[in-house]
Design a protein. Sequence first.
Length: 325
Amino acid sequence: MSTRQARILGVGDYRPRRVVPNSEIVEAIDSSDEWIQQRSGIRTRGFAGDDETVVSMSVAAAQDALKVAGVDGTEVDCVIVATVSHLLQTPAAATLIAAELGTKGAAFDISAACAGFCHGVALASDLIRGGSANHVLVIGVEKLSDITSPTDRGTAFIFADGAGAALVGPSDVSGISPVVWGSDGEQSDLIRQDVDWATAVSSGETAMPHLVMEGSAVFRWASFAMAKTAQEALDRAGITADELDVFVPHQANNRITDTMIRAMKLPERVRVARDIVDQGNTSAASVPLALARMIREGEARSGDKALLIAFGAGLAYAAQVVTVP
Ligand code: UT7
């Protein structure tokens, strides 16, 4: 049996230049700054400009991660991009990003919505442990402002843009625990694109298809089922909540995070990601964005055990414990 293990070597992020406060969102959805803050925790979010594309934001985040890791792009032999907002059916965003980074080898996208980054970390870990790759870049990126209707009350204040990246590489000791993951397609109607592209075109629709969400149903599912998944991830890592240092849940809603913390009985000393407050819900980008920030601000320190968990459309979810680089 192989003894080769994998760990995260560096994390990077890219946040859009334009910071949009609730006050800019509320009129179109008959809402208020107070309601949005109370129900979700969000105060501001980043909306990308025309020149801040899925590819350019990814390249910037990846370059940041490579720099932190001290690894050159040419040493990367696989690029995995998790996104639902690369609006070109083919080729994959990963191929364009790989070309700009000068990486060699495989490049492909995965579609697991908000859980995509954690799926990518699981794939990267197993590719490295199995000997198929040495350095894998995992990128979570979204430009959800392209596929969110500014007049949709259930989504316009939540979804946002950005990119986060992690470089995963070989290690003598395990720095990424086995993933706990799954999906529930029977509930796939809860978060989805409103119509498929062919229907939109044949009906003469001029507006872009956009995301729709039954927020309360997703909220209930995420708060309780995901606390159980998070506990299973700790079990698979062979640690208890008392041994955890950092909790980086998908930045979906601060109230979901609070409910999970209570259900898991997380000790107060565990540091918790709250990137959603000024970044919004960036789907596949939210976990790496939040982790990058915690590292930068000294809340997550090298060697810390961090529990990552993400969940969303599909209903797809994934969780694992990683060692902070
Ligand atoms: O990232 C993928 C996974 N996504 C998530 O995990 C998101 C999960 N869901 C949520 O975060 C929450 O469901 C929301 C933040 C989206 C909504 O919060 P909620 O507490 O579930 O609100 P609700 O939909 O149950 O609506 C409560 C009330 C309703 O009014 P009544 O019936 O109590 O009079 C709504 O009509 O709030 C009203 N409402 C709004 N008011 C102001 C709904 N949307 C809005 C709005 N502004 N935008």
